[in-house]
Ligand binder design. Structure first.
Ligand code: MG
Length: 262
C-alpha cells in the first residue's frame, strides 16, 4: 500500500476524478455518538469547490436525510444506506425491492430498542432502509449480551435480513445483493457519459472493502483511511481524516489548474 499524498498520479485525479467518500472515520473522526460527527467547515468548503469541477459523492451507511443534513452541499451526490438510496444533480435512485423492507426494519428496530433498554449506552438508529446498533458507549463486558439480543431479535427473519459490522456498530440490512461497491459502479456508469472518469474511493471500514474490490477492477484509486496497517484490498492509504482533508485541499489546487488549462 502506498501513501496517497506521495503518489504522482494525483494530477490526473484533479483532471477527471470521480470522488467517492465515506463519511464517518473518513471525512470526520468517529464520534462517541453519531450526531456528534460534524463536518469541519473548511472540508465542507473544499467539497463545494470540488463538486463544481469534479464529481463528488458521499457514500455512507447513514441515511440519505442524515447525510444531506450533515454535509448540506447541493452540488454533491449522496449515497445513503450503503448506496441503497442515491440522490444528487440529475439522479434520484432507490434500490428496487429495498423499500419493501421498511415495515420489517421498523418492527425490528422497535423490538431492539425495547430489548436494549437495560443495556446502558446501546443506541438503536432506525435509518429507514437499514438500522444501526451502536455499542461504543456500552461497557465492553456487555458486548456479548448486545450481540445475543440482536441475534434473538433478528433470528426469525434470518433469510430476509443480514447483519454487517463496522467500528463499534452492528447493522441490519435487507438481504439483497447490494453494497457500496455495487452502488459505486452504478454511479460511475450514470455519471461517466464519455467523461472517462477516474473513480477514487476513500473509506475506513469493512463495508468500504466491497467498494475497494469493485473499483480495483475498474482501475480505480482505492484508499484506506487508517492509522495502522490493516488487511485491506485498498491500493493506497491515508492515516486519518486530517490527511483526507489535506488530500482534498491538494485536489482543490490541482483541479483548479486543470480547469485553467481547458
Ligand atoms: Mg466509515
Amino acid at each position: 500500500m502506498k501513501h496517497l499524498l506521495r503518489w504522482p498520479g494525483l494530477r490526473e485525479v484533479g483532471e477527471r476524478g470521480l470522488l467517492l467518500l465515506d463519511y464517518d472515520g473518513t471525512l470526520t473522526p468517529i464520534a462517541e455518538r453519531p450526531e456528534l460527527a460534524l463536518l469541519p467547515p473548511d472540508v465542507a468548503r473544499t467539497l463545494r469547490t470540488l463538486s463544481r469541477r469534479l464529481k463528488v459523492v458521499i457514500m455512507s451507511g447513514r441515511s440519505l436525510r442524515d447525510l444531506r443534513k450533515l454535509v448540506g452541499e447541493k452540488g454533491v451526490y449522496y449515497g445513503g444506506n450503503h448506496g441503497m438510496e442515491i440522490e444528487g444533480p440529475g439522479i434520484s435512485f432507490a434500490l428496487p425491492k429495498a423499500t419493501r423492507f421498511r415495515p420489517l426494519l421498523r418492527r425490528v428496530s422497535r423490538e431492539l430498542r425495547e430489548r436494549m433498554r437495560g443495556v446502558k449506552g446501546a443506541l438503536v438508529e432506525d435509518k429507514g432502509l437499514s438500522l444501526s446498533l451502536h455499542y461504543r458507549l456500552v461497557d465492553p463486558k456487555r458486548e456479548g449480551e448486545v450481540r445475543k439480543i440482536l441475534e434473538e431479535v433478528t433470528g426469525p427473519h434470518r433469510d430476509r435480513l443480514r447483519i454487517t459490522e463496522g467500528k463499534k456498530v452492528l447493522e441490519v440490512r435487507p438481504n439483497l445483493p447490494w453494497d457500496k461497491g455495487r452502488a459505486s459502479l452504478l454511479l460511475l456508469r450514470l455519471l461517466d457519459r464519455g467523461r472517462k472518469l477516474l473513480p477514487v474511493y476513500l473509506g475506513d471500514d469493512r463495508t468500504d472493502e466491497d467498494a475497494f474490490r469493485a473499483l480495483n477492477r475498474r482501475g480505480g484509486v482505492t484508499v484506506l483511511v487508517s492509522e495502522k496497517p490493516v488487511d485491506s484490498s485498498a491500493r493506497f492509504f491515508l492515516r486519518n481524516p486530517k490527511e483526507v482533508a489535506l488530500f482534498l485541499q491538494k485536489l482543490e489546487i490541482l483541479s483548479g489548474e486543470a480547469e485553467k488549462k481547458r
